[in-house]
Write a protein that binds this ligand. Structure first.
Ligand SMILES: [Zn+2]
Length: 259
């Protein structure tokens, strides 16, 4: 269950696997060893979907095929401890939609490592060039002077043919990106009722969008005051940040399909 929630909170399978190891959670083998691939399998395995295991309804009349809710008339499937924990069907389906969203996102922007953003590298695969549509990559500008050492993000197509300049977009300092997120967060927080109403009105039947609307509503209702960049909020909210002329130009939220 936690793995499903973590995934919907924007974490990648790689990061989830590492966290399970740190927590010492045993795998099917009894060892606290987790791989990205085992997390991926867990997220897409139908066995985890509630309806597959629990006999929630049963047939009372085999001629009319009438089914009623099972409230104890027949035994429900007994789930042994060795079996995987059951994930509510809606949540399982939402995770499949989020997987599909990430896959389509990676394909659209030709991102090889879409799910690999870690705590120390939150912008990987989430900063997109507003000029040519390529993802931005991180570069460290070294200097013998510590105070001049900088991490910058620039378009992956800035230099293509043998160092020849290609995309004309300017680079952006990672401190600007951290600050941009804080600014966006405050802009929404200040007008949260407006945004919550807008999300609610525009929300359709999409399970992922519904989940994110609920999550965002809860997040902003709690009205947390940020003093610094909050990594968990960032992963929950942000699908991508677009950079034009070396400045943050736009910001898109997870699960928010805009026309
Ligand atoms: Zn570019």
């Amino acid at each position: 269950m936690k793995t499903y929630k973590d995934y919907l909170d924007g974490k990648g399978p790689n990061r989830i696997a590492r966290e399970r190891e740190e927590e010492g959670v045993p795998n099917w083998n009894g060892k606290a060893k987790w791989y990205e691939s085992s997390i991926r399998k867990m997220l897409s395995n139908e066995k985890y979907k509630g309806d597959a295991l629990l006999q929630k309804t049963y047939t009372v009349d085999f001629l009319t095929k009438k089914r009623v809710q099972n409230t104890g008339q027949i035994p429900r499937y007994y789930v042994e401890e060795s079996h995987p924990a059951i994930i509510p069907k809606g949540m399982w389906e939402t995770v499949q939609l989020e997987m599909e969203r990430r896959r389509a996102f990676a394909e659209k922007y030709e991102i090889v490592k879409v799910d690999y953003a870690m705590i120390d590298n939150p912008f990987a695969g989430r900063v997109i060039c507003g000029h040519c549509g390529s993802p931005f990559g991180r570069k460290v500008w070294n200097s013998t002077d510590e105070t001049l050492r900088r991490k910058i993000w620039r378009c992956n197509k800035k230099y293509t043919n043998k160092g020849e300049k290609s995309c004309g977009n300017k680079h952006i300092d990672d401190r600007t990106l951290y600050q941009a997120f804080i600014d966006i967060f405050y802009a929404i927080l200040e007008n949260k009722e407006h945004f919550i109403n807008k999300w609610r009105q525009q929300g359709g039947d999409d399970l992922l969008q519904k989940y994110k609307i609920e999550q965002f509503t809860e997040l902003f209702r709690e009205a947390i005051l940020l003093s610094k960049f909050d990594i968990d909020l960032y992963f929950k909210l942000i699908e991508k940040m677009t950079v034009v002329n070396g400045e943050k130009n736009n910001c898109d939220f997870v699960g928010w399909h805009r026309s």
